[in-house]
Design a protein. Structure first.
Length: 551
């Protein structure tokens, strides 16, 4: 077959959800195109191996930013999944929906029908979790997630230190109250990474009306006039076209979606015409508004040999891997981010704008640099940076990498928030709960105290949390900078939608896999023309003193 009702580009966090939902009643034929290949690798499926696939060219697009002018010209790694499951097959598996106020803010920015009351039912439809308040949670969803065991004593020290510092505890940061410290959820089921390939695509592969092509690189959207009629792609060196009788659904993510739109003539005319690309729709917002989360690793030496450093040698790793292969449990079955925190940086901030991931090991996220002894760390960073970046074309060649520039730390408020991250984290680690464990401060270092010293540290050491988003944002149809309308339809053309994290108007408070899956669940109902799930009326936590106090 070369003609299908729907052609989906990208088998990632959103594309796998759409492939499942659009094919489930058997009434429509669906083609899912993915440039990457199989996700059936121990390195992907074993949760504790998370740092490996995100640094392998086989599974990662290997993008990096242009030199970032406010970070000393550094180029930062921007991993994006190139495999079935997309970035859900190479990410850290952390399950964070975002704060309810994030979605109300989306609606205020023109994303009508995307307020918290509208999206909560779709989080519940996606979510498969055995604990929690049923007003917020469901045990029935495809996307299974769970809590870790908190077997390492350092997790308990972290949670106790937060209480001693005056912060609240939260039993479910994905439910009523995000603010506070508690257990962190992970997308792990039966000891395996529960990517959208496992959760959504694999259960649908036996359907006669769903076709999946791997090794297929989309090069442009084909138009008849101003209507999308198919997708041109390369596979095995041959140029082919998949025709879409109803719609083309673009799920390439915040880097590849704007790139493909621009290659197809949808984007800023001033950028496309000099490259010889015929303009189908002059949409200046395509590739603009790019956002991300930055973070750094606050590292402390540990006086007791209780950290994961004990199992960082080859023999211990082999034993962990063997146990996982045999039983799918033990240290191989966790991402080790089992406790967390969400706090406000200062008085007058209504809801959390700083996130913590605690890890009982001192190491870089990608595993490239390990401390020389026992240590622990908190990954910490601001949630609502005011900096904005761009995704632009380097050329009209569809195989050329796009230019990615986040303009990290280009707004003065970002520096204020980063300084708060250093000082507030240092205060937590200084609490009595850490007295028996606390050694010297490895990073930033005790001497990093002044604003200037903190700024120098941030400039040299801050890293992406790997949450790019917002480069094709939802908005009103009359908003010149909006790319898609509230039903995810690309403004100015027909038969084309974008459904992935690029359509977020602003980045959410936390990791992005959960809200991306929600986007796809809701987007699938828009595509099918179904009535939306009934709006929810679940209450939302407000810190009673947020106007006058930081905690």
């Amino acid at each position: 077959m070369t003609a299908f009702d729907y052609v989906i580009v990208g088998a990632g966090s959103a594309g796998c959800v759409l492939a499942n939902r659009l094919s489930e009643d058997g009434s429509a034929s669906v083609l899912l195109l993915e440039f990457g290949g199989s996700d059936r690798s121990v390195l992907i499926q074993m949760p504790s191996a998370l740092s490996i696939p995100m640094n392998m060219a086989k599974y990662d697009w290997s993008y990096e930013t242009e030199p970032e002018p406010h970070l000393g010209g550094r180029r930062l790694h921007t991993p994006r999944g190139k495999v079935l499951g997309g970035s859900s097959s190479i990410n850290g598996m952390v399950w964070v929906r975002g704060n309810p106020y994030d979605f109300d803010d989306w609606e205020a920015q023109g994303a009508r029908g995307w307020g918290y009351r509208h999206v909560l039912p779709y989080f519940r439809r996606a979510d498969g979790h055995d604990e929690g308040d049923p007003r917020y949670r469901s045990a029935e969803g495809n996307q299974r997630n769970r809590y870790g065991t908190l077997a390492n004593p350092l997790h308990h020290a972290w949670l106790a230190a937060a209480r001693q510092a005056g912060y609240p505890a939260t039993s479910d940061y994905n439910g009523y109250q995000q603010e506070g410290f508690g257990r962190m959820g992970m997308s792990v089921h039966r000891g395996r990474r529960w990517s959208t390939a496992n959760a959504y695509l694999r259960p649908a592969l036996g359907r006669a009306n769903l076709s999946v092509l791997t090794g297929a690189r989309a090069t442009r959207i084909v138009f008849e006039g101003r209507r999308a009629s198919g997708v041109a792609y390369l596979r095995g060196g041959a140029a082919q076209v998949a025709q879409a009788r109803r719609e083309v659904l673009l799920c390439g993510g915040p880097i590849n979606s704007p790139q493909l739109l621009k290659l197809s003539g949808i984007g800023p005319a001033a950028e496309l015409r000099p490259l010889g690309i015929d303009v189908v729709a002059d949409r200046p917002g395509v590739g603009e508004n790019l956002q991300d989360h930055l973070e750094f690793y606050f590292q402390i030496a540990c006086r007791e040999k209780v950290t994961l450093y004990s199992v960082m040698n080859p023999w211990a790793k082999a034993a962990i891997g063997a146990r996982w292969l045999l039983r799918h449990d033990g240290l191989g079955a966790t991402n080790h981010f089992e406790s967390c925190g969400f706090i406000r940086s200062r008085a007058g901030v209504r809801y959390p704008d700083i996130q913590y991931h605690f890890l009982p090991l001192a190491v870089t996220y990608d595993g490239s640099a390990l401390a020389s002894g026992h240590g622990f760390q908190a990954h910490v960073g601001p949630m609502r940076s005011k900096s904005r970046g761009t995704v632009t074309l380097a050329s009209a060649d569809p195989l050329a990498r796009p230019r990615i520039r986040f303009n990290y730390m280009s707004h003065p408020d970002d520096w204020t928030e980063m300084r708060a991250c250093v000082r507030l984290t240092r205060e937590i680690f200084a609490q009595p709960a850490f007295d028996r464990f606390r050694g010297r401060e490895l990073q930033p270092g005790a001497a990093v105290e002044s604003d200037a010293a903190i700024d120098d540290f941030v400039r040299a050491k801050v890293e992406s949390a790997y949450h790019p988003s917002c480069s094709c944002r939802i908005g009103r149809a009359d908003d010149p900078m909006a790319v898609v309308d509230p039903e995810c339809r690309v403004i100015g053309v027909a038969g084309l939608r974008v459904i992935d994290s690029s359509i977020m108007p602003s980045v959410t408070t936390g990791n992005l896999n959960a809200p991306t899956i929600m986007l796809a669940e809701k987007g699938a109902d828009h595509v099918r023309g179904r009535e939306m799930l009934p709006a929810a009326d679940a209450p939302v936590y407000d810190a009673p003193n947020w106007r006058t106090a930081q905690r």
